[in-house]
Design a protein around this ligand. Structure first.
Ligand SMILES: C[S@@+](CC[C@H](N)C(=O)[O-])C[C@H]1O[C@@H](n2cnc3c(N)ncnc32)[C@H](O)[C@@H]1O
Length: 211
């Protein structure tokens, strides 16, 4: 993928805003260009890629709806990967949103929206159709939220960073993953990949779905 490199078991994305960092990450020069290190302990998507996940498909002009953007750590790396595209970032905590707005500055392809991912009809008035819905809201009902947003924005792909404990803290994560996979399949989606994110993120799995 354009803009993504792996050197000595570390991931880096080509910095869309050279000279600027988002969360104190290390930067390096590689072949005359600035790259930002993508920390797998701060980003489930980086953990997924480092563990061998193959489901992230993005073109330079890809459009991504990012649900649960927090301050924009992972979203900023996606913004590096779609320099001619867009990352629409939805976050419902006003405090995180303030940091998100700051981190979108200098990144013209990264747009912050203060909103609730369970109500896509609200931001559908301002967000266009997208290629990928990436969902990391860490609240109950994550599979439903992913599907509702894929439908609302006609996305062909979805990625779900599923936090087992948000669904049911008393149940074995394997049981929670199986239940979510079954629900996604019953809703008509194809589950392409399920990858546990330990040791980077305990009790989390990344699920990649297509239509
Ligand atoms: C685990 S954090 C996200 C971390 C972020 N994805 C990253 O990798 O940089 C989960 C975020 O989802 C937000 N969130 C939870 N429920 C939400 C909802 N219904 N709509 C929008 N954001 C939500 C929380 O406020 C929190 O900032």
């Amino acid at each position: 993928m354009d803009g993504l490199i792996r050197l000595s078991e570390r991931l880096y994305t080509l910095n869309l805003s050279p000279g600027n960092r988002v969360y104190g990450e290390r930067t390096i020069q590689h072949q005359g260009r600035e790259y930002r290190e993508w920390n797998p302990r701060r980003s489930k998507l980086a953990a997924y890629l480092l563990k061998g996940g193959t489901g992230l498909e993005l073109s330079r002009d890809g459009r991504v709806l990012y649900l649960g953007a927090a301050s924009g750590t992972t979203a900023s790396h996606i913004s590096d990967l779609v320099p001619d595209g867009a990352v629409y970032c939805v976050e419902f905590s006003p405090r995180s949103f303030r940091d998100l707005v700051r981190n979108c500055e200098g990144r013209p392809n990264m747009m912050p929206f203060l909103g609730d991912a369970t109500r896509p009809e609200v931001y559908a008035t301002v967000v266009p159709e997208v290629d990928l819905v990436y969902q990391d809201v860490a609240q109950k009902g994550q599979a439903h939220i992913l599907k509702a947003n894929m439908d609302a924005f006609h996305a062909s792909r979805g990625m779900l960073a599923l936090k087992s404990r948000s669904e049911d803290v008393t149940k074995d994560p394997i049981h929670i993953y199986a239940k979510s996979v079954a629900w996604l399949r019953s809703s008509g989606l194809v589950v392409q990949e399920v990858l546990e994110l330990d040791p980077f993120e305990k009790d989390h799995a990344m699920m990649v779905v297509t239509r």
